[in-house]
Ligand binder design. Structure first.
Ligand code: GH3
Ligand code: MG
Ligand code: MG
Ligand code: MG
Length: 283
């Protein structure tokens, strides 16, 4: 677990970092809250922020607020405020500023370590909820909403997009059963995941991929490879006649075009791929 520790006292930072590191925690210490905030923002693996109330740069409460605002609900971050005063008003202010926990300063190792075990439980639960909310259970790809969010993060113009759909999938279900259909969906998804980091299952047997190519011609080549690999998949352990093909619509995303608009264009190209015979790539 990565911890960012913030306090103006170098002595407290040194002593505390010492026993946390001995226990196996990965600690980065700051006397300046602005630097600490930048570190929390830059390293998504930081899951615990521990701050005194009066570091350099920003107040501890402002650091809580800014760190909390930055991560929102998209990342697990457990914030602990430590203060030499344990007046109720102080504790309430810290909790209202976004802290999850409060402890006296300097912290007693036994208590601090126990509070970090609380932090580990809380962040593990939040990470699991985030995973359940973003990852499709059958395929391990991003679900529809998470795909849109992730794709929106990739700068426009730097990529192309494809939307693709399994051909005559209803027949696959009807002829070989729903479980076989699920196996086909999972196998198609595995091939798609090999082709790019941002791969999503938009619904049923429909997928989308951010293609890490700038030029439409290169994106078409990449989709053509993916199309051929899917068509070559064998499902002989289910039935020797079971096979799957996909139709693809590909677009280059415009500079300021949002993902929804680009995918709508990809869907139109996908429709053209379907009506012109299926198992093909149309741009
Ligand atoms: P087309 O070539 O035009 O895409 O034909 P299609 O049969 O694939 O058409 P359509 O998109 O209408 O059918 C999709 C079917 O996928 C309908 C639905 O029953 C089935 N389906 C949706 N989600 C799942 C799933 O998770 N598992 C299985 N086995 N089937 C699913
Ligand atoms: Mg369809
Ligand atoms: Mg289909
Ligand atoms: Mg479909």
């Amino acid at each position: 677990m990565k911890i960012v520790l913030v306090d103006p006292s170098r002595l407290i930072l040194k002593v505390t970092s010492g026993y946390l590191a001995e226990t196996g925690y990965d600690v980065v210490a700051f006397t300046d809250a602005t630097e600490a905030l930048a570190h929390v923002q830059a390293d998504a693996e930081v899951e615990v922020l521990v701050t005194g109330l009066e570091p350099h740069g920003l107040s501890g409460l402002d650091l809580c607020r800014l760190a909390r605002d930055f991560v929102g609900a998209r990342r697990a971050l457990h914030v602990i405020v430590m203060s030499s005063s344990s007046e109720s008003r102080r504790i309430a202010e810290a909790l209202d500023a976004g802290a999850d926990d409060f402890m006296s300063k300097p912290p007693e190792p036994e208590e601090f370590l126990a509070r970090l075990r609380v932090a580990a439980r809380a962040t593990a639960a939040q990470r699991e909820l985030l995973r359940l909310a973003t990852v499709d259970g059958l395929t391990g790809l991003l679900n529809r909403r998470a795909f849109f969010e992730a794709a929106e993060q990739t700068p426009g113009q730097a990529c192309c997009l494809t939307m693709f759909d399994i051909d005559r999938f209803k027949q696959i279900n009807d002829s070989f059963g729903h479980a076989a259909g699920d196996r086909v969906i999972a196998a198609v998804a595995r091939e798609a995941a090999r082709q790019g980091d941002v791969a999503g299952r938009l619904g049923g047997e429909e997928f989308a991929l951010v293609v890490p190519e700038r030029r439409l011609a290169d994106a078409i080549d990449l989709c053509e490879d993916l199309r051929a690999r899917i068509a070559a998949l064998s499902f002989a352990d289910i039935h020797r006649d079971l096979a799957a093909t996909c139709s693809f619509g590909v677009v280059a995303r415009g500079e300021d075009e949002d993902i929804g608009a680009a995918l709508q264009r990809a869907d139109i190209a996908l429709y053209a791929a379907k009506t012109s015979g299926r198992n093909r790539v149309v741009a």
